[in-house]
Design a protein around this ligand. Structure first.
Ligand code: BGC
Length: 366
């Protein structure tokens, strides 16, 4: 959750000061002095923990392999684990990573607000904590955040929805429905808020009509990012609100849910609305090529993992990792120093050029 869009300057300054302190603290605790007397971070063959959430989309599955390969190649000893059975499993995994002496723990949280105790223990043990893709909430014990700019993802989705509907029908009103991700995922609200920043003014001026009246995040959520939950909700929305109305557009937060909505609409015998997505999943890129799903977001997982590993290498050699944002992501306890990557919107217009350096999607979209 991007709790505050623009934190005050004082907070940003405090964050940088805190960062400097953290760096000093680290040098005092888990570090050894290099030959030159310069602080070296930690041994090159150290254990590194990577705690991932559930396999709710392809990007997480790819991240597992990339972390294992990349960390091994750099000489570290990685432990990369999913928490498919829930929060308690992820808590236990992080505790085990602390116990095995992990110097850095990278966390893609299942529920970013439920790891406070483990993160405190990790800090006490001298580990550095990097929030990966999803922010860790309400804790001081997170050193860095590396992610695609999630608020921007939402804004791109909202704008794509408008553009797509306008291209089909020059003027409104347009009938739309809104879907959000899983409420325990800290990103879900950020995506939704980003999209609503674009869509809300158009709802207010009557250009957009949410026929079901379900406009809040709480109404729009999809528990566990599960396709069947989105499909069931869409079935109900169609029955309840679209027996005589046309559905022009659907805000979907990711590709898995976009395809579930398309399945629902097709089985109701309706035409496919303009629908957004995210993740550039293979089936959704095919769907864009086939003229069904309207858009997705390119957030190349390889680049994100690579950056997280660069941070680990910097910490290992005693360098402070580079950040490029010190104001956007307030986790409720601090503004977390972040390295944000730029998400890219993909529609039929640019699908043939968007993935040129992707080993799977590149050849498919040529
Ligand atoms: C990620 C998305 C993904 C979703 C469901 C989010 O936290 O940022 O890319 O679609 O989780 O797995």
């Amino acid at each position: 959750m991007r709790l505050i869009g623009k934190a005050g300057k004082a907070a940003a300054v405090a964050a940088i000061a805190a960062l400097a302190l953290t760096a000093c603290g680290r040098a005092d605790t888990g570090t050894t002095a290099g030959a030159s007397g310069e602080a070296a971070g930690f041994a090159q063959d150290s254990s590194i923990g990577v705690a991932l959430p559930k396999k709710t989309s392809e990007n997480w599955v790819l991240a597992e392999k990339l972390f294992n390969d990349g960390l091994n190649e750099s000489g570290f000893k990685p432990t990369v684990q999913f928490a498919n059975n829930g929060v308690a499993e992820q808590q236990n995994q992080i505790s085990a990573m602390i116990a095995n002496g992990s110097k850095v723990i990278i966390v893609g949280a299942l529920d970013g607000s439920q790891l406070g105790t483990q993160l405190q223990q990790a800090k006490d043990a001298g580990a550095t904590i990097i929030a990966y893709d999803r922010l860790l909430l309400n804790t001081e014990n997170v050193d860095y955040y590396v992610a695609y700019d999630n608020f921007k993802v939402g804004q791109l989705q909202g704008q794509a929805l408008l553009d797509g509907m306008q291209a089909k029908k020059a003027s409104g009103p347009y009938n739309i429905e809104l879907f959000a991700g899983s409420p325990d995922d800290a990103n879900a609200k950020v995506f939704f808020d980003g999209a609503m920043e674009v869509l809300q003014p158009k709802i207010d001026d009557g250009t957009l009509k949410v026929v079901s009246g379900q406009t809040t995040f709480e109404k729009a959520v999809t528990q566990d990012w599960k396709a069947e939950n989105a499909q069931r909700r869409m079935d109900n929305l169609l029955t309840g609100s679209y027996s005589s109305e046309t559905l022009d557009g659907v805000l979907s937060p990711n590709d898995t849910l976009a395809r579930a909505v398309i399945t629902s609409v097709k089985s109701a015998g309706k035409s496919i609305p303009v629908i957004t997505g995210q993740d550039s999943e293979l089936e959704s890129v095919k769907s864009i090529l086939a003229g069904e799903q309207y858009s997705t977001i390119n957030k190349d997982t390889r680049k994100l993992v690579e950056h997280a590993i660069t941070m680990v290498k910097d910490l290992q050699s005693g360098k402070t990792p580079e950040i490029n944002d010190d104001k956007s992501y307030d986790n409720g306890s601090k503004v977390v120093p972040a390295y944000l990557l730029e998400p890219v919107i993909v529609t039929a217009e640019n699908v043939k050029t968007a993935y040129t350096d992707d080993p799977v999607l590149g050849p498919l979209t040529k």
